[in-house]
Write a protein that binds this ligand. Structure first.
Ligand code: NI
Length: 245
């Protein structure tokens, strides 16, 4: 039976907690689980493919896949040499799927690492973010279409914060933060949800259901682009990207 601690003990814990947090105001908040290097099992899973060979996506249309995607992923250790293998496999997979972002759990590794295509930067590089988290978000929200490489059923409209601040670690262990907005913020919010076992369909309001089948969505986007091209000179609107995070 669970015992409720007597007040002085609880108070002591609270003091220790506050002291521990106050000791390192500039560091990232401690993850809930202790970060550990990739296990032998995870490494042998990654080594089952060559660095340039894509993995099959873990998808939510099987009980096993859905269970896997619903886990809270574990933190990574920035200096862990095995992360190079994880990143190269994620990159090969997101390239093959023509996605704009991917989270490690989507290739079967339940770890807190995402790749995001920075369409807001010149050259639109894919960048790796270790142990990322959202530290603030705008009250202003936008509703936009999303799909997911792990949700074969289709696309849906999701309300997300327009602007967010993220904190993350880099491979060399340095801590960084970044402010992102609009489409890039949406990709980050979508990918970071994956690390907590959340899919975009969980964020949809009942009136936004059911999902639009993927081929129907692509046809709709194509029509919209054609109509825009007829009416106005072409504009760069990344939210019209056909890809799924
Ligand atoms: Ni996704």
């Amino acid at each position: 039976m669970l015992q409720v601690p007597k007040l002085p003990v609880a108070h002591l814990f609270l003091v220790m907690f506050v002291t521990a947090c106050g000791a390192s105001p500039h560091s990232l908040e401690l993850p809930q689980a202790q970060a550990a290097s990739l296990s032998e099992e995870e490494m042998s899973w990654l080594d089952s493919k060559a660095p340039t060979e894509p993995f099959d996506m873990v998808t939510n249309d099987t009980p096993h896949g859905d269970r896997f995607l619903r886990q809270r992923a574990q933190p990574v250790v920035p200096g862990d040499q095995a992360l190079d293998a994880l990143i190269s496999r994620m990159r090969a997979t997101v390239d093959k799927e023509q996605g704009v972002g991917i989270a490690a759990p989507q290739i079967g590794v339940s770890r807190r690492l995402v790749l995001v295509q920075r369409q807001d930067k010149a050259e639109m590089p894919f960048e790796a973010y270790l142990n990322p988290k959202v530290v603030s978000r705008s009250e202003e929200t936008v509703v936009g279409w999303e799909g997911c490489l792990s949700v074969p059923a289709g696309y849906g409209r999701v309300e997300r914060a327009r602007t967010i601040r993220i904190e993350y670690e880099q491979l060399d262990g340095t801590h960084q933060s970044d402010d992102v907005t609009d489409w890039t913020a949406r990709i980050f919010l979508h990918e970071l949800d994956h690390l907590d076992g959340i899919l975009f369909i969980d964020r949809m309001t009942p009136d936004a259901l059911p999902l639009m089948p993927k081929d129907e969505y692509r046809a709709m986007r194509k029509r919209e682009k054609e109509e825009e091209a007829e009416q106005a000179p072409p504009v760069e609107d990344p939210t019209l990207a056909p890809s799924a995070p």
